[in-house]
Structures are given as C-alpha cells and as structure tokens.
Design a protein around this ligand. Structure first.
Ligand SMILES: Nc1ncnc2c1ncn2[C@@H]1O[C@H](COP(=O)(O)OP(=O)(O)OP(=O)(O)O)[C@@H](O)[C@H]1O
Ligand SMILES: [Mg+2]
Length: 268
C-alpha cells in the first residue's frame, strides 16, 4: 500500500522545550490509526506540527505527505494538499460562519481533485457551471449532515464556535471535514466531552468519511469510540515518542491496565 504520511525521527521543540523526540510513524493511504497516550505526552503537539504551526521548530529525517516534503510548507499549502486538522479545542472565529466557510473548503477540495485528474477546464462558463454544481452539492451534503449529527440549521449562520457548546464545536469540526474531504484527517479528541448519542453520531460520521477513502489519525483517550471504528493500528505516545504500537486490542489493554502499568511492563 502507498504510504500517505511518513515521519522518520521527527522532533519538535516549542519555546526551547523538546516535546516530540525522534518519533517515527507511517500511515498508508486510507488507513485509520489511533493515537493514545497520557496527558501531556505530546499528541496535540504532533497534530499541530503536522498542520504546520509556525512557532514550532521541527526537524526530521523524513516528514513526507503524499510524496511531498512538508518541512518548509505553510499551513495553507499543507491544507491544500489534503491535510486537515480538527482541533482539540476549536477556536471561535467571529464573523465567519459555516455557511461562508464550507463552500470555500469544498472549492479547495475540487481544485485539488481537478489538479490530480488533470482536467483543466479553460472555458469560464464551464467553470462557473461546475462551481454552481459544487455549491449545490455541498449544501445538500451539509443539510444531510446537520440532521445526522442532530445540529439545528441555525448553526450554519452563527459565528463559528462562538458560544457553541463543547459538543456543538466537535460536531462543527466534523461538518467541515466533510466539505474538505481531506486525504488525511487528524482528529484531536473528537470524542471528548460528548454525550453517548453524540459520540455514536460522530463516530458514525468518521467511519463514513474513512470508508470514502480518507485516512485518519484519531487522537483519543477512550477505547469506547472504537466500538464503532476499526483501526488498522493503535499507538501509545509517551514522552514525545511512540512507546508501543499494536492492533485494536492495545486500546482495550490501555483501558484495562492503564498507561503506567502497561508502559512499566514493557520496560521489564
Ligand atoms: N510553549 C510550551 N513550552 C513548554 N512546554 C510546552 C509548551 N507547549 C506545550 N508544552 C508541553 O508539551 C507537553 C505536550 O503537550 P500536548 O498538548 O501535546 O499533550 P497531549 O498529549 O495532547 O495531552 P492531552 O492528552 O492532555 O491533550 C505538555 O507537557 C505541555 O505542557
Ligand atoms: Mg491534546
């Protein structure tokens, strides 16, 4: 299988502190990987580093996404290549609603896919027609998604994440994900703070996206989301590196034994 993300000896230093230390990980096209690990082990830092957070100092033997070296690429270029990060704590964006944002995300995705297919449309009228179609498609999809996630339509018009509840923020990230349809979605705790019904809905939507071909790096603290999703690999991060990798069973072991005992066992 083609490797979509290849990280070799990735280190990340933030404000003089080394947080990720020689981490090696690769994710194949369309795979679902789960990243777990104690609080403060560096999971969100890894997610931000991959998305290209400017204040981070990153070194790596290899940091490749879809065959391209990421090291010097801006966050915007990485997003345009098809890398999407859903935040652990989504920020409020006053003045920007999903209604404004989603068509932009869909447009960027279509531009990426057009490039891939090398269908260069030259006629302005054909392009305008295509954009109309895309707009219709993203609207229909969004309405369906709002119903599935039990979000009211008015969420579309409010400033993004501004006074959204915790669960609404997580759902709004998923709605964006469907418009962007990235090659790799990095989801930082999409399941934290959700009630049982919301968890099932969000897990269902992530599963649907994954089945449509998006690779997923899912950061979570709870194996309960894995009742609905089938990961290819589960990794445990500890002190900024991957201490252990395995199958879905590893997530169950974490729940049963806890990190301290699992990681101690490994040392012996
Ligand atoms: N600017 C900074 N200066 C020093 N340390 C930092 C800085 N930013 C983050 N850290 C530290 O890096 C470590 C990793 O943080 P990170 O948010 O990546 O952890 P995490 O694995 O996502 O944890 P959680 O499960 O609680 O979300 C933490 O100990 C954090 O305090
Ligand atoms: Mg985190």
């Amino acid at each position: 299988m083609k490797k979509l993300l290849v990280l070799e000896n990735l280190s990340v230093t933030v404000d003089g502190t080394k947080i990720i230390d020689r981490l090696t990980l690769s994710i194949g096209d369309g795979e679902l990987h789960v990243l777990m690990g104690p609080n403060g082990s560096g999971k969100s830092t890894l997610a931000y580093a991959l998305a290209g957070k400017p204040s981070y100092s990153v070194t790596a033997k290899k940091i490749r996404f879809d065959g391209k070296d990421l090291i010097r690429l801006s966050p915007e270029k990485r997003a345009r290549l098809g890398l999407f990060l859903a935040f652990q704590y989504p920020l409020a964006v006053p003045g920007i609603s999903l209604y404004i944002l989603l068509p932009e995300m869909a447009r960027a995705r279509h531009a990426r896919e057009r490039k891939k297919n090398e269908q260069h449309l030259t006629l302005a009228s054909a392009l305008a027609r295509e954009q109309q179609e895309q707009l219709k498609e993203v609207r229909t999809q969004t309405v369906g998604l709002l119903r599935k996630l039990a979000l009211p339509d008015e969420m579309l018009y409010r400033s993004l994440n501004d006074q959204f509840s915790g669960g609404e923020k997580k759902k709004a990230e998923i709605v964006q994900l469907f418009a962007a349809r990235p090659k790799l979605a990095i989801l930082d705790e999409p399941d934290s703070g959700l009630d049982v019904d919301a968890l099932k809905k969000i897990a269902g939507a992530i599963g649907e996206l994954h089945r449509s071909g998006t690779a997923v790096l899912l950061i979570t603290h709870y194996s309960r989301i894995l009742k609905y999703l089938k990961p290819d690999r589960v990794h445990i991060m500890h002190h900024g590196t991957l201490a252990r990798s395995g199958t879905a069973d590893l997530a169950k072991k974490i729940e049963r034994f806890g990190y301290e005992s699992l990681l101690a066992k490994q040392k012996k």
